[in-house]
Design a protein around this ligand. Structure first.
Ligand code: XMP
Length: 325
């Protein structure tokens, strides 16, 4: 159990000792672990750290803007923002199989990251937000298991050709400690306590073929759902966002009939998913208040042209998974 200011001082000291005057690169995903690692390493070595933020076009609404604001503007971290949307969409065109989609996203991510890293010729270290549970999880999986790009750890290996040493300053910490560290380093509470987001992003929340048009609709529907969850507060000052472990919208590429004014609509469906879980291995669907669900549905249908029907997922895990793909 660490006292955070002491922990930060000690970690900063040890990072400085480890890397000396070398340059470090870090793949920033917008997730909690890579963000906290970036903030900590930046605290230690400032401009010797360069972050690479790969936008695969499957991120949540305004995620790129938020990451750039928080790290580049507020903290003064060097961040290379790569918009690789076109590349990812190109490779995903026509692909409907969930595992094939994951593989493509993982492979392209590694490729883009590697290309950017190669431009930073003086980099000697690859920093990753590996946390203690990841270390345990990969222990049984062979010697290269830890050598994976963390934010997409299920989908791609770290290319040997990068020839970088690993810097993993969060290796001893549990998730709740990482969060406390993030807050102590000045990261916004809402960022540090965000629900987890899968590496393949909206790619596994758009069923079947991924298209930019679908991602754009889903992003807006998802943002409305999250905003409404955050806008609820009970007597304990807890919101439904806090009370759920993960909540998101899923794009269903089927059209159904609706009415609007005098006319008939024929548009896509969005499913809402909200779960409560301790370990993400099993999960219950969240009993969200009907008024909240109604508000979210009304807003999505009124504000997101192209969606005319919203449904709520009432499946537990098992047998359903949390994500739809
Ligand atoms: P499932 O859908 O298997 O999800 O019940 C369990 C947890 O894992 C996350 N998840 C992923 N995370 N890459 C990731 O980084 C993935 O491909 C992936 N698939 C699922 C999911 O969001 C949930 O938290």
């Amino acid at each position: 159990d660490w006292n955070m200011p002491d922990y930060i001082a000690e970690a900063v000291e040890s990072i400085r000792k480890q890397v000396g005057s070398d340059e470090v690169i870090l793949g920033l995903s917008g997730g909690v672990d890579s963000s906290v690692a970036a903030a900590l390493i930046h605290r230690a070595i400032g401009d010797q750290l360069t972050c690479v933020f790969v936008d695969h076009g499957l991120l949540r609404l305004d995620e790129g803007k938020m990451v750039m604001e928080m790290f580049a503007q507020n903290l003064g971290v060097k961040v290379i923002h790569v918009d690789a949307t076109a590349q990812f969409m190109g490779h995903l065109a026509g692909v409907t199989d969930p595992e094939a989609k994951r593989k493509i996203i993982g492979r392209e991510f590694v490729e883009v990251f590697q290309a950017e890293s190669a431009k930073l010729q003086n980099a000697k270290w690859l920093a990753q937000g590996t946390i203690y549970p990841d270390v345990i999880e990969s222990a049984g999986k062979g010697k290269n298991a830890a050598h994976t790009i963390k934010s997409h750890h299920n989908v791609g290996g770290l290319p040997e050709t990068l020839n970088l040493q690993l810097l993993e300053p969060l290796r001893e910490l549990f998730k709740d400690e990482v969060r406390k560290l993030g807050v102590a380093l000045g990261l916004p509470h809402a960022m540090v306590y965000r629900h987890p987001f899968p590496g393949p992003g909206l790619g596994v929340r758009i069923l079947g073929e991924v298209k930019k048009e679908f991602a754009d609709l889903l992003r807006r529907a998802d943002a409305i759902f999250i905003e409404e969850l955050r806008n609820t507060k009970d007597d304990q000052d807890e919101t439904w966002y806090d009370k759920t472990s993960q909540a998101f919208a899923v794009f269903l590429p089927v059209k159904s009939v609706g009415v609007m004014g005098d006319g008939r609509t024929y548009e896509y469906v969005v499913a809402l998913r909200a779960v409560q879980t301790q370990d993400f291995m099993t999960a219950h669907w969240a009993h969200l208040p009907h008024e909240l669900l109604g508000r979210v549905s009304n807003r999505i249908i009124n504000e997101v042209r192209g969606i005319n029907r919203v449904v709520y997922d009432i499946s537990g895990k098992p047998p359903a998974t949390i994500e739809w793909e």
